[in-house]
Design a protein around this ligand. Structure first.
Ligand SMILES: Nc1ncnc2c1ncn2[C@@H]1O[C@H](COP(=O)(O)OP(=O)(O)OP(=O)(O)O)[C@@H](O)[C@H]1O
Ligand SMILES: [Mg+2]
Length: 607
């Protein structure tokens, strides 16, 4: 007799469950997404013991008739797609017909559901994948699914779950993300009898954001559209203060995703403007036509594949970069009050996303307005479309998808107005005025920012100017430091460093960047060796070089306690004005403080 046999349906479902259901939060995700697909305008989630004991999700969506309710628990049974062409542009969260049978195979599940025009509802109970009862019950319109004792029949799996608190936290994060994606749906999350999240339906994403995160003036608006990709949301401003890490909520067509391309674009946008390493808080919503993104690539749908990956990368990078360039200038303390800078970051989010979060791509019908939610306002695109012009040839960093699209002018022109320098304070700070008030500029930090961008600009354009040394310098390094630099001579050349082997653990420096003195070059080479030594190759090299760019800028910038001519001050201010990220230096220090006209007038009691 052969050894090959078919797995029982229960076992096959348990195996599938291993992929679909990782932990209680994934059950919550699947059930809430089903509710959203069913057009619910209210979703109530309840959990006990971090979802290990109980997860209940109730919705007021369409509900199911008795036949559909039974079929829904079968594997590969779905109402959401029917032909293979449908896979090319999936409009719903669900499409596999796997979630319910998977969850049911690893728990005690009870489903209650009723169609709006049906007199009674249906209740189905399933234990570990086996239906134990089907009966008619009274039930409100919609669906309620109870999942008890998750993984009770897979003890090994249950052991891998974290503490109740940790699982509860994951559930809260999941519900927060789902609620952000669907402002027009009301959400409540009750955990161990305590209301953790309560968000009535709202019309605008900004209102939902406020419900979940409160007033957040440390975030800046993102809004850009290009190449058929729309990016909007809020991201952490470039300021020295603030945590290094924050939640990263990223949505593609209202799906929660973890995507390397997007993550990389965000990091790049931050690292161009600052060398401070951090994992910034971002809430980014990315939209494109459904056929531009394949969602059928990951068991929990956490990952997606873009048809035009480089365009997505570029638009996200630019969108975030532009937002960072407009970040808030630091605030000035005056008479115990905090004076907002000339461009306070107002939560322009409400204006930016004035209408309801767009439903354009989604098949989800407009939510039931009987729950008290006003009908959605007409949605006007919140983002400025990038102008089209035939100048992409001048931008070699643009992917082909951007042919014909011009780069926006530098944001810095908005960040710093034309200013007249008056003089210096203690040979360290430039005092300047404009129509809006007085600025105190840290001359070193401002110049450092300007030079850093110049270095980065030259690097993207080609290579940094180099000066040949009359007498080559010899730098003694560690064996590994020496090795790592020798393996990167080409990149170093772009920075103007010409290095060669000199025997032992020494390097010969024949040329150095024109911006640096020979001594500073030696220091930079040592720092670079240290930075790269022991680190993985690849992107870290880029990061290390960026740090060197910052170091280069720092060494070449005018110092504190240095008298400046009026021309030099005017030059620094003018250069700063042209700079994209003018509010902080590459190390995250503030460039200037502003005292606004309004504040001056207020202090003189003129208003
Ligand atoms: N809350 C609900 N309200 C109404 N119908 C539902 C609900 N939950 C599930 N269904 C129905 O049951 C079907 C099966 O649900 P299930 O989650 O297993 O699969 P799916 O959503 O179609 O695909 P996926 O496995 O990708 O989630 C759905 O297609 C839908 O028709
Ligand atoms: Mg589903």
């Amino acid at each position: 007799m052969g050894k090959v046999h078919r797995l029982s349906a229960e076992l096959a479902n348990q195996i599938a469950a291993g992929e679909v259901v990782e932990r209680p939060a994934s059950v919550v995700k699947e059930l809430v997404e089903n509710a959203i697909d069913a057009g619910a305008s209210r979703v109530a989630i309840e959990c006990e013991l971090g979802g290990k004991k109980l997860i209940r999700v109730e919705d007021n969506g369409t509900g199911m008739d008795p036949e559909d309710a039974q079929l829904a628990l079968d594997r590969h049974a779905t109402s959401k797609i029917s032909r293979s062409e449908d896979l090319a542009a999936i409009l719903t969260h669900g499409f596999r017909g796997e979630a319910l049978p998977s969850i049911a195979s690893v728990s005690h599940l009870a489903l209650r559901t009723r169609l709006a025009d049906s007199p009674g509802g249906t209740e189905i109970r399933v234990n570990g994948g086996t239906v134990s009862s089907v009966r008619e019950v009274g039930a409100p319109t919609g669906t309620s699914i109870e999942v008890a004792d998750l993984f009770y029949n897979l003890p090994a799996r249950r052991k891998f779950l974290k503490s109740d608190g940790a699982e509860s936290a994951q559930i809260s994060r999941m519900v927060t993300q789902l609620a952000l994606a669907y402002p027009e749906v009301g959400f409540t999350l009750t955990s161990a009898g305590r209301k953790v999240i309560e968000c009535p339906p709202v019309r605008a994403l900004a209102d939902r954001f406020y419900q979940l995160y409160g007033e957040r003036e440390d975030l800046v608006d993102v809004g850009k559209e290009a190449a058929g990709i729309r990016v909007f949301g809020l991201v952490a401003a470039l300021a020295e203060q603030g945590p290094k890490r924050g939640p990263q909520n990223i949505f593609v067509n209202r799906r929660i995703v973890k995507d390397k391309t997007i993550a990389h674009a965000i990091i790049e946008a931050y690292s161009v403007s600052s060398v401070k390493e951090r994992s910034p808080e971002v809430h980014l919503f990315i939209e494109m036509e459904p056929d531009q993104v394949d969602v059928n690539v990951h068991p929990t749908k956490a990952e997606v594949r873009f048809r035009n990956q480089s365009a997505v990368h570029e638009v996200v990078r630019r969108a975030v970069g532009a937002a960072l360039g407009q970040g808030p200038a630091p605030e000035l303390q005056l008479r115990g009050e905090t004076v907002p800078a000339v461009q306070p970051v107002t939560m322009s989010f409400p204006g930016l996303l004035g209408g309801i979060y767009p439903n354009r791509w989604s098949p989800v019908p407009v939510r039931d307005t009987t729950v008290g939610m006003p009908a959605p306002a007409a949605w006007t695109p919140p983002v400025v479309a990038e102008p089209c012009a035939a100048s992409s040839a001048s931008d070699p960093s643009m992917p082909p998808a951007f042919a014909g699209q011009a780069e926006q002018p530098l944001q810095g022109a908005i960040g710093v107005r034309p200013m007249i320098p008056l003089g210096q304070l203690r040979d360290t700070f430039i005092i300047a005025i404009d129509d809006e008030g007085i600025a105190i500029i840290d001359q070193h930090v401002a110049h450092e920012r300007v030079l850093f961008e110049r270095v980065m600009q030259r690097l993207t354009d080609g290579r940094l100017e180099s000066q040949l040394l009359l007498e080559p310098l010899v730098v003694e390094l560690s064996a590994s430091g020496c090795q790592v630099l020798l393996s990167r001579t080409a990149e170093l050349e772009r920075f103007g460093f010409e290095v060669a082997e000199f025997g032992g653990n020494s390097l010969r420096l024949a040329a150095v960047p024109a911006l640096l003195t020979p001594d500073e070059s030696v220091a930079a080479v040592r720092a670079l060796a240290e930075d790269l030594d022991g680190l993985e190759r690849g992107t870290t090299v880029e990061e290390a070089l960026k740090r060197i760019a910052a170091l280069t800028a720092c060494h070449a910038a005018v110092k504190a306690n240095a008298p400046l001519t009026h021309e030099k001050m005017a030059h620094i201010i003018e250069e700063l004005r042209r700079t994209a990220y003018s509010t902080i230096c590459p190390h995250g220090r503030p460039v200037m403080l502003r005292l606004t006209r309004r504040e001056i007038e207020k202090n003189f009691q003129r208003i």
